[in-house]
Write a protein that binds this ligand. Structure first.
Ligand SMILES: NC(=O)c1ccc[n+]([C@@H]2O[C@H](COP(=O)([O-])OP(=O)(O)OC[C@H]3O[C@@H](n4cnc5c(N)ncnc54)[C@H](OP(=O)(O)O)[C@@H]3O)[C@@H](O)[C@H]2O)c1
Length: 261
């Protein structure tokens, strides 16, 4: 299949590891000019080396904490100066941490409002003027956009709001030729997932291995996804093969979601 992603300028956030890295690898494999973003310069350098080793593609990087407005402004200035425009934006970031509702302070709520929600608002608002017709935005959400997940009150609260934002934007951005879609992973083998399983294990007084086996047994495909399997969906949605898809939410969860649609 010809994705026609060669030479597309793709900004992938939260991309030094995990799902963002999986998306960056897939886009780079399709020949996109990938710009990876995360907070740590050191993590970004390691990720760039891996992308080069796996795809032969020389990625660019920019260190930026996307929960901070002024840092996003610096990222936009860098993209404008170095590339002039962008064709792909992947909105993705780490967290949130697992917590019981009564333990979540106002400070934590506001921190994740900035990190999970306002990062998408600010990045999308700043990038769309730089995007040409045919551009694509993909938000990495979670199954929690549709189904409340255990221990994840913050995710369960912000992901449905992000799905509502994306649906609204899909209508506003369509006349500009920009598509926006959501990808909702189930369980993905990343550092974050290890932390979540450790949290559940400690809470229940069982080993992380038992938590993992139990989780796998609840997934029809019987295993966690690799970050690259989520990245494949991102690359497809950015491609010309997905030219009629906007305002949609896709579950890549090995069949774990219990909803009919
Ligand atoms: N893993 C799963 O099973 C799963 C399932 C459903 C949904 N999700 C969601 O998918 C997203 C990614 O999850 P993941 O498992 O890939 O997480 P991860 O392994 O923790 O990776 C997070 C990435 O984001 C970067 N990052 C964190 N905070 C940042 C910030 N403020 N600004 C810029 N970059 C930042 C990290 O790099 P630096 O440390 O260098 O900044 C890292 O590259 C999360 O929102 C998560 O809730 C994950």
């Amino acid at each position: 299949m010809d994705y026609s992603l060669k030479g597309k300028k793709a900004v992938v956030c939260g991309a030094s590891s995990g799902i963002g890295f999986g998306a960056a690898i897939k886009l780079a494999s399709e020949g996109s000019d990938v710009i990876i973003v995360s907070r740590s310069e050191e993590n970004l350098l390691k990720a760039k080396k891996k992308i080069k080793d796996v795809t032969g593609h020389e990625a660019h990087s920019f260190a930026c904490d996307i929960s901070i407005s002024s840092e996003i402004e610096k990222l936009i200035s860098y993209i404008k100066e170095k590339f002039g425009s962008a064709d792909i934006l992947v909105n993705n970031v780490g967290g949130p941490e697992p917590m019981a509702f009564l333990k979540v302070t106002d400070e934590t709520w506001f921190r994740y409002f900035e990190t999970l929600f306002m990062s998408v608002v600010r990045l999308t608002r700043s990038f769309t003027p730089l995007m040409n017709e045919g551009s694509s935005i993909v938000n990495i959400l979670s199954r929690s956009a549709k189904e409340a997940l255990p221990n994840l009150v913050i995710s369960n609260s912000f992901r449905p709001a992000l799905a509502g934002l994306a649906k609204t934007l899909s209508i506003e951005l369509a006349p500009k030729g920009i598509r926006i879609n959501n990808v909702c992973p189930g369980l993905v083998a990343t550092e974050r997932q290890v932390n979540l399983m450790n949290y559940a294990a400690e809470k229940e007084g069982i080993s992380p291995d038992i938590v993992r086996k139990r989780s796998e047994s609840q997934i029809p495909l019987g295993r966690l996804a690799s970050p690259e399997e989520i990245g494949s969906m991102v690359a497809f949605l950015c491609s010309k093969e997905a030219s009629y898809i906007t305002g949609s939410t896709f579950f890549v969860d090995g069949g774990a979601s219990k909803s009919n649609v």
